[in-house]
Design a protein around this ligand. Sequence first.
Ligand SMILES: [Zn+2]
Length: 421
Amino acid sequence: MSSAKNKFPAKGDCLWLNVNLATMAGGNPYGMVKDGVLVVGGSKIAWLGKRADLPEDFKSRIEKTYDGQGGWITPGLVDCHTHLVYAGSRAREFELRLEGATYEEIARQGGGIRSTVSDTRQADEQSLFAQSAPRLQALIQEGVTTVEIKSGYGLDLETELRMLHVARQLGEKYPVTVVPTYLGAHALPPEFEGRSDEYIDLVCNSVMPEVAAQKMAVAVDAFCENIGFTPDQTEKVFQKAQKLGLAIKLHAEQLSDLKGAKLASGYGALSADHLEHVSEEGVKAMAASGTIAVLLPGAFYFLRETRLPPIDLLRRHKVPIALSTDCNPGSSPTTSLLLMLNMACTLFRMTPEEALAGITRNGARALGLEERIGTLEAGKDADFVLWDISEPAELAYRIGFNPLKQVIRHGKLISYSYVSV
Ligand SMILES: [Zn+2]
C-alpha cells in the first residue's frame, strides 16, 4: 500500500473486484459469495454480490477500483470484551502462578487486579494512553474495526473517568470504533476492604451517575463471582444502570455458578461473558432474553481452566456465541483476535464458521451494534477486511499468522502506519 492510495475521492463510489465475500449474513456457510464485488459509497456499503449481477448504474458511478486478487473480504472484526486500557505489567504474577499460586490465591493476597489498580491510579492520562495504544494498534493490525473497552482498574471516580477518557481518546486518534463500558464492580478497592456493600453504594450513587451524565460509557458491566461481587450486589448495579439508561453486560459463571447469566438476562443484558460454569437454566434464560454468550478462550487458556463452556447447550438453545480477546493483564494478556479464532476451535471445538461469526456478526450483537456492523450488507457501515487467504477457514486454522491485506473503516482505507503485515 502506498500512501497515495490511502485517500478516497470525496465523491463517487469505490469498488472491490476479484474478491470472494464472507458476508456472514446467512443464506449459506459464511454467507459466501464467490467471484464477488463490493461497492462502497461514502462510509457505507452501497452494493455487494456476484460480479455478473453488478447493476449498470453502479458501473458508471465507480471512481476507483481495487483488485482483490482473489482474496477474501470479511466484515471488520469486532472485539467485544476488552480491558485494554491499564498501566503496568503482570509478568511477575505470571511467574508466581508458574511457581504454584492459583488465580484466587493471588487475588485474595491483594495481588492480581489490585496491583493493576495501583499502577493505573498512579498513571496520568498521557501515560495511560501511551501504555494502552500499542495494544489497540495490535488489534487494528489484525483487522479489528470495533473494540469494546472497559474501565475497572481505577475503582474510584477520578481514575474510572480517566480510563474512560483514554478509551475515548484512543477512538479519536486511531481508525477504530471504541465502545466504552463502565466496570466499576470489577474488584473491591483496598480502601473498602471488608465493606463491599459500601463500595457498591459508591458505584451506584456516585460514580455511575457521573459516568452517565458525562456520557463516558454506553454500558455497565460487573464481575459476579466468589472473588468478585455477589448476585445481590450485582443486581443493585443493574437496577441503577437501567434507571440511567445504560446497557448491561456481565462477567458471569467464569469460576463458579452464581446464576449470574440468569440474573443478567432478567435485566435484558446484551451479553453474559465467560460462562464456563453456566447451567442449562442460565442458557435458557439467555435464549429467552436474546442475551449473547461471549466466550473468552484466551482467559480459559491462560488460566489453564479445564471446565469447557457448554457449547452444545448454547447451540441447542440457539444462543448466539461471540468471541473476544478479553485483553487484560491478569488472565488474558493477548491482543490477537485471530488467535482467539484458533483457540475457540481447538479448545472449545467450535467450527471455523461459528468462530468467525463470533468476531463479526455476534460480536456486533454483543455490543448492540448489529444494525450498523458485523455483516457485509448494503446500507451497513463500510467496515471490512481483505485477506490473502484461499478459504475462510484459513483464518481459524493457522496459528500466529496474519494474512491481512487491507482494512477499510467507514469507507476509508486505513493508512499503512496502522497496518503493517
Ligand atoms: Zn473481562
